[in-house]
Design a protein around this ligand. Structure first.
Ligand code: TEU
Length: 508
C-alpha cells in the first residue's frame, strides 16, 4: 500500500473495553482485539484506531492516563500489544493508537510531583494559577464535564486547570519540557511499529497564557458539538481556553518527528466556533497533521441532503485544502441509527454516501451491524459525564455496550457479566447472524467499503457540483483516471426519479 493509504482511507474504531474479552472479567482486552482482527480485515478497511489502553485509573475509561508507556493490566500486557501489531500488519491493517496528551490523570507521577509544592522540578508542567483577588477561580473557563475548569488544590493553595474531569489535569504545553516529554513518548510508540495516531482533543493543547476570561457566546452560535445542549459550556465562547495559535508550532514539531516513519495523524478538533478555519490551519498546510476528525455528522441534527451540501460548501469556502475525516458514530455520541431514527435501508444509504465523500472515514465498532443506542437505567451508568447531567443528557454508555458476535452467552463478547449490559435487541444483529444474510447491513458495509477501494476517484478525487434538491443529494468525484456521478435520495419517499434511499453511482 502506498504511503498515502490514509488519504480517503477507512479507519475502524475499536473501543477496547467492549470489543472482545478473553480473560472472563467482563471487560474487553488487547488479546481479544488481536483475535478478532481477521473479521476487521474482512470488512476491507485500511486501519484500526484503538481507543486508549494505557495505564489508567479509568475515571474517564482510559482517557485519563497515568503511564503513557504502560498497558493497563485490565487490557493485557506489552506482549499482547506487540502481537496485535504483528497480526494487524500480516493482515494488511495499519494500527493507529489514541494519544491523550492534552491532559493526564491526576494519578500520573508528573502531576503528583507538580502538586507537591510550588517549586518542584515539575511545578509548571500543569496549568497552575492563583485565585482572582476576590478569591474566585482565575478565569471563567468551564469544564466540558460540568462546573468550573479550575480545581482548588489545598497544598499548593492554587487552582489547576482541567477541561474535562477534575481528575484530568491539563498539561502545560507552554512549557517546552512538557512538549519534549510527550514527543519522547510518541517516539516510544513509533519504535513499537504503530502507523499513526488519533490525537485526542488536539485543539485543547494550549490555553491563553495571559489567562483572559472567555467572552459570552452570541445566542445564534450556541449550538453544541457533541456535548449536550443543557451544558453551560456551550453558552460560552472558547476564545481563550482552547484553539490557541501556539498549537501550530507544536504540530510542526510533531510532524518533524513522524516524518521519517511515515506515521500519520488524525487530530480531533472540537470547536463549533472556528471548526473549518482550524481544519485548514492544521491539515490544509503541509508539515502539520494529515487529517482532522470533525463533528459535522456526529451532532444531533438530521443528516439531510441539504445539510451535507452545506457542510461541503463551507469547506470549499473556508478550508479548500483541508482533509477531514468523517464519522457518524463514535464512543462519545448516540449511535447514529438512533440519533436519526434510521431503518436498515436508510443506514445502508448513509453508509454508501459516506464512502463517496471527499475525505477519510472513521467507522465505529458495531455500526456495520446497524446497532442502535442501548437504553440504560441510571443505576447501570458508568460514564461520569452522563451521571452529571442525567436525565437531560444520558451520557455515553449507550454507545459503548459490547460488540455482539454470535448467539453465545453475552453475544460472544465475554463469558461473565460485561461491564455494560448487552441489550437484548442487539442479539438479533450479531456478526454471525448477519454473515448468513446477504441483505444484512453488514454485507452492505463490506460492499460499500469495497466500492471506495475500487475507485481512486472516491478515495482521492475532487468533489464538485455538490447540490441538494429536496432530499436528493448529488455530486461528482473525479481524478485523472475516472469521473463518477453520485445521486442519493435521502428520504423515505420517492424523489428525483429514485426510490426511497436509493443511491446511484454512474461512471463517466
Ligand atoms: O472527547 C473530546 C470531547 O469531549 C469532545 O467531543 C467535546 O465534546 C467537544 O470537543 C466540545 O467542544 C475526547 C474523547 O473522545 C472522550 O472520550 C474523552 O472523554 C475526552 O476527550 C477527554 O479526554
Amino acid at each position: 500500500m502506498t504511503k498515502d493509504w490514509w488519504k480517503g482511507g477507512i479507519i475502524y474504531q475499536i473501543y477496547p473495553r467492549s470489543f472482545q474479552d478473553t480473560t472472563g472479567d467482563g471487560v474487553g482486552d488487547l488479546a481479544g482485539i488481536a483475535q478478532r482482527l481477521p473479521y476487521v480485515a474482512s470488512l476491507g478497511v485500511d486501519a484500526v484506531w484503538i481507543s486508549p489502553f494505557f495505564t489508567s485509573p479509568m475515571k474517564d475509561f482510559g482517557y485519563d492516563v497515568s503511564d503513557y508507556r504502560g498497558i493497563d493490566p485490565m487490557f493485557g500486557t506489552m506482549e499482547d500489544f506487540d502481537w496485535l501489531v504483528e497480526r494487524a500488519h500480516e493482515l494488511g491493517l495499519k494500527v493507529m493508537i489514541d494519544l491523550v496528551m492534552s491532559h493526564s490523570s491526576d494519578q500520573h507521577p508528573w502531576f503528583t510531583e507538580s502538586r507537591s509544592s510550588r517549586d518542584n522540578d515539575k511545578s509548571t508542567w500543569y496549568v497552575w494559577a492563583d485565585p482572582k483577588p476576590d478569591g474566585t477561580p482565575p478565569t471563567n473557563w468551564l469544564s466540558i464535564f460540568g462546573g468550573s475548569a479550575w480545581q482548588w488544590d489545598a497544598r499548593r493553595e492554587q487552582y489547576y486547570l482541567h477541561n474535562f474531569l477534575t481528575s484530568q489535569p491539563d498539561l502545560n504545553f507552554h512549557n517546552l519540557e512538557v512538549q519534549d516529554a510527550l514527543l519522547e513518548m510518541v517516539q516510544f510508540w513509533l519504535d513499537k511499529g504503530v502507523d499513526g495516531f488519533r490525537l485526542d482533543t488536539i485543539n485543547f493543547y494550549f490555553h491563553d497564557a495571559e489567562l483572559r476570561d472567555n467572552p459570552p457566546l452570541a445566542p445564534e452560535l450556541r449550538k453544541s458539538d457533541t456535548a449536550p445542549s443543557v451544558n453551560p459550556y456551550n453558552h460560552q465562547s472558547h476564545k481563550f481556553d482552547k484553539s490557541q495559535p501556539e498549537n501550530v508550532a507544536f504540530l510542526e514539531r510533531l510532524n518533524q518527528l513522524l516524518k521519517p516513519s511515515g506515521a500519520v495523524v488524525v487530530g480531533e478538533i472540537g470547536d463549533s466556533e472556528r471548526g473549518p478555519e482550524l481544519l485548514e490551519e492544521y491539515t490544509g498546510v503541509p508539515g502539520r497533521i494529515e487529517m482532522s476528525y470533525v463533528f459535522d455528522f456526529l451532532s444531533g441534527e438530521d443528516l439531510q441532503a441539504g445539510r451535507i451540501a452545506e457542510v461541503f460548501q463551507r469547506l470549499q469556502d473556508t478550508a479548500p485544502n483541508a482533509w477531514p475525516c468523517w464519522a457518524m458514530s463514535n464512543h462519545d455520541v448516540m449511535r447514529h441509527i438512533s440519533r436519526w431514527n434510521l431503518s436498515d435501508q436508510a443506514a445502508k444509504a448513509y453508509c454508501t454516501v459516506m464512502m463517496c465523500l471527499r475525505g477519510s472515514v472513521c467507522l465505529y465498532q458495531g455500526e456495520e451491524l446497524g446497532l442502535h443506542e442501548a437504553e440504560l437505567q441510571f443505576e447501570e451508568l458508568r460514564d461520569p459525564y452522563g451521571i452529571e447531567f442525567w436525565p437531560e443528557y444520558k451520557g455515553r454508555d449507550g454507545c459503548r455496550t459490547p460488540m455482539v458476535w454470535d448467539m453465545g452467552v453475552n453475544g460472544g463478547f465475554s463469558t461473565s457479566q460485561p461491564w455494560l449490559p448487552v441489550p437484548h435487541t442487539h442479539l438479533q444483529r450479531t456478526v454471525v447472524g448477519q454473515e448468513a444474510d446477504a441483505q444484512s447491513v453488514l454485507h452492505h458495509y463490506r460492499w460499500a467499503i469495497g466500492l471506495r477501494r475500487k475507485h481512486s476517484a472516491l478515495r482521492g478525487g475532487s468533489m464538485t457540483e455538490i447540490e441538494a434538491d429536496g432530499p436528493v443529494l448529488s455530486f461528482r468525484r473525479s481524478d485523472h483516471a475516472q469521473t463518477l456521478q453520485i445521486r442519493a435520495n435521502l428520504s423515505d419517499e420517492p424523489a428525483g426519479g429514485m426510490a426511497p434511499w436509493q443511491v446511484q453511482i454512474i461512471e463517466g
